[in-house]
Design a protein around this ligand. Structure first.
Ligand code: SF4
Length: 407
């Protein structure tokens, strides 16, 4: 039994390590790719101490002690959605519009203006899918964001949103992405991937874009030099084989395009959704999943623990299980995981707090931009004193709102 983290030599020569796991570890040390079958074996047989030791070796070979974060905020234009994913705690069907919100362009530009004079570097724009918010609405919004603040990196929309808005605007992926790129789109976040396996996808999110459509949109983005991230929703009805199949499809596309910056496992949270009866996997499974992801996805530079989803303590622990990035300050501008029951009901960290959180587990805090250029080394400078964030009240709709479902 390997219960505690070991250095790599001690791991390789541990007398109790089964031969098949030793072979995998040796391949990883030799910088050789492991097969999908070996990935599944890691999930099935690898103990926490073994997986952590091996994943940490990979993490430190790639990044040393650096742990990345950025200063960011989110805009979630609406939580109304034409789709009905069973794991989603966030969306409200259009017929439930009194429970949801929809922002005007002015609302969203006002959020951007709240950050005037503040050193944020990225806005993350993602939300539900409704016909009223289409391609040209968002192109116009992005253009206005960039006019107001040209230096702000705009990371926006998932293939779920793109597929819908491009179809409605009658443009192909390339044309649609070019329209948004010309407006100022800089990169694409990783959401909407869920689990690629068609059978599972059919059960948990049958009506939105398919796995292949998700991959094709990212491939098209990469061909236009728009970088992106990738996620995987785990801990529901999928098997370990489905997780490896998912990562294998990403690894194959990354071989072709090298356009992904980062992989972000997203834990299924079991509050307020149709799959709540499943409960949640344990923190041990979260850490094992980070570790296998780090070992399997050899061509992804970065592995992120999204702290508003997993909580700050698990995010800190994950830094010993392959993770080198814990996302950003966020500033309580997302509701996606707080509505799903995350411990982080108002996810917000000041720069000082995020730096201290990283330092507390002996890592080296690095503020990055959205494509991982180093901006500030917080072992060399002290984090600024910032006022505590003021939480944003989202504009929840009421029946007398002028919003209508007819455009
Ligand atoms: S996960 Fe996204 S696409 Fe699915 S219902 Fe929720 S908001 Fe809509």
């Amino acid at each position: 039994m390997i219960a505690a983290p070991l250095n790599i030599d001690a791991l390789l020569h541990h007398s109790e390590l089964p031969e098949d796991l030793r072979n995998i570890a040796q391949k990883v040390v030799n910088n050789e790719r492991i097969s999908p079958e070996e990935g599944i074996l890691l999930y099935e047989k690898g103990e926490l101490g073994f997986l952590g030791s091996l994943a940490n070796f990979v993490r430190e070979r790639k990044h040393g002690n650096y742990t990345y974060f950025n200063r960011n905020f989110h805009i979630e234009p609406t939580n109304l959605c034409v789709y009905s994913c069973k794991f989603c705690s966030y969306s409200r069907l259009i017929k439930e519009r009194e429970d949801g919100w929809i922002m005007t362009e002015e609302d969203m530009l006002n959020i951007v203006k709240r950050y005037d004079g503040k050193p944020v570097t990225e806005v993350h724009l993602v939300g539900g899918v409704i016909p009223q918010m289409g391609l040209h609405f968002f192109a116009d919004l992005i253009k206005k964001i960039k006019l107001h603040r040209p230096d702000l990196h705009v990371k926006a929309f998932t293939p779920v949103e793109y597929f819908y808005m491009f179809k409605k605007a009658k443009v192909d992926y390339k044309e649609g992405l070019q329209i948004l790129q010309n407006a100022g789109l800089d990169s694409i976040p990783g959401g909407g991937a869920e689990i690629f396996d068609e059978e599972i996808r059919n059960i948990i999110c049958a009506d939105k874009c398919t796995a292949q459509e998700w991959l094709d949109i990212h491939e098209t983005a990469h061909s236009l030099n728009i970088p992106s991230n990738a996620t995987m929703l785990y801990g529901h009805i999928e098997s370990y084989a489905h997780r490896i199949d998912h990562m294998n499809r990403l690894r194959t596309l990354q071989d072709k395009t090298n356009g992904f910056n980062c992989f972000i496992p997203l834990k299924f949270r079991a509050a307020n959704n149709e799959m709540a009866y499943l409960g949640e996997v344990s923190v041990i499974d979260d850490l094992r999943n980070y570790a296998v992801s780090r070992i399997f996805l050899d061509n992804f530079a970065h592995l992120k623990a999204y702290w508003p989803m997993i909580g700050r303590t698990t995010a800190q622990l994950s830094l010993s299980f392959g993770v080198d990035d814990i996302d950003g300050t966020v500033d309580d501008t997302t509701k996606i995981y707080s509505m799903a029951g995350s411990e982080e009901q108002n996810p917000s960290l000041t720069t000082k707090q995020i730096v201290e959180l990283i330092k507390a587990v002996g890592r080296h805090p690095i503020e990055r931009d959205s494509v991982y250029n180093v901006l500030t080394d917080y072992l060399k400078v002290s984090p600024p004193e910032e006022a505590a964030p003021q939480f944003i009240e989202l504009p929840v709709l009421h029946n007398n709102n002028s919003y209508s479902n007819e455009s």
